[in-house]
Design a protein around this ligand. Structure first.
Ligand SMILES: NC(=O)c1ccc[n+]([C@@H]2O[C@H](COP(=O)([O-])OP(=O)(O)OC[C@H]3O[C@@H](n4cnc5c(N)ncnc54)[C@H](OP(=O)(O)O)[C@@H]3O)[C@@H](O)[C@H]2O)c1
Length: 198
């Protein structure tokens, strides 16, 4: 299984740290020449590899950590996203009417035609997401929502491997709305920093 993060800002770097902590290879890409951020990537860990967008989208599992406005540009990198799992870590306060009334991740899924989409890793501020999820003898919670059960399961296992405690919220238009901004109001679980104790 191969992994990539598109976007290497606050959230992209926080996610890269999670992979580095566990020694799992991760490619990171932006619109820029990878040489321009290769040192930043290597500083996070030797397994964090700066690459081009064209190469990053070859990964099996791809985190979207760009501004919502940029996702349609990223979607153009492949004509068809069949076989890929996309994790939508984005937030947006675009009003629902501008998204055709769809949950934001369902709107994103339409752009990444053929992909299996999971909304997740988006509810914490980047500085919190960047911290080691093993805290107080527990594990920090990440919420996952997907209309594809297998994809939800797959990303749940990845979240566990990264040291988080995943909580599956069901489909995008049910649990997904709990971790989504709707216009100017935030879903009730956004910013809730929870820790699970076994
Ligand atoms: N910041 C937070 O605390 C936080 C928390 C939860 C969720 N989020 C969500 O996470 C997403 C990222 O937020 P952020 O704060 O990390 O943003 P950011 O710091 O502005 O980083 C965005 C990254 O995306 C890259 N990018 C922009 N357009 C791109 C494109 N077309 N193709 C590839 N890369 C592109 C940018 O690099 P270049 O411009 O150099 O290409 C930059 O590395 C947003 O949707 C935000 O709502 C943020």
């Amino acid at each position: 299984m191969s992994y990539a993060i598109i976007g290497f800002g606050s959230v992209g770097k926080a996610l890269a740290k999670a992979f580095a902590r566990k020694g799992i290879d991760i490619s990171v890409a932006t619109t820029r020449d990878p040489e321009s951020f290769a040192l930043d990537a290597a500083t996070i860990g030797p397994n964090v590899i700066a690459t081009t967008l064209a190469k990053a989208v070859k990964a099996d599992i791809i985190f979207l950590a760009v501004r919502f406005e940029s996702h349609s540009q990223v979607a153009k990198a492949l004509p068809d996203w069949k076989g890929k799992t996309i994790i939508d870590a984005m937030n947006t306060q675009v009003p629902p009417e501008e998204l055709g009334g769809l949950p934001s991740s369902a709107f994103v899924a339409k752009a990444f035609s053929g992909a299996r989409l999971v909304k997740g890793f988006n509810h914490l501020v980047a500085a919190t997401l960047a911290q080691d999820p093993a805290i107080h003898s527990g594990r920090r919670v990440v919420f996952l929502a997907s209309d594809d059960d297998d994809a939800g399961e797959e990303i749940g296992m990845l979240a566990e491997n990264l040291g988080f405690s995943p909580i599956r919220l069901g489909g995008l238009s049910e649990g997904g709305l709990l971790v989504q901004a709707r216009g100017k109001s935030w879903g009730r679980l956004i910013f809730k920093d929870l820790v699970k104790f076994d």
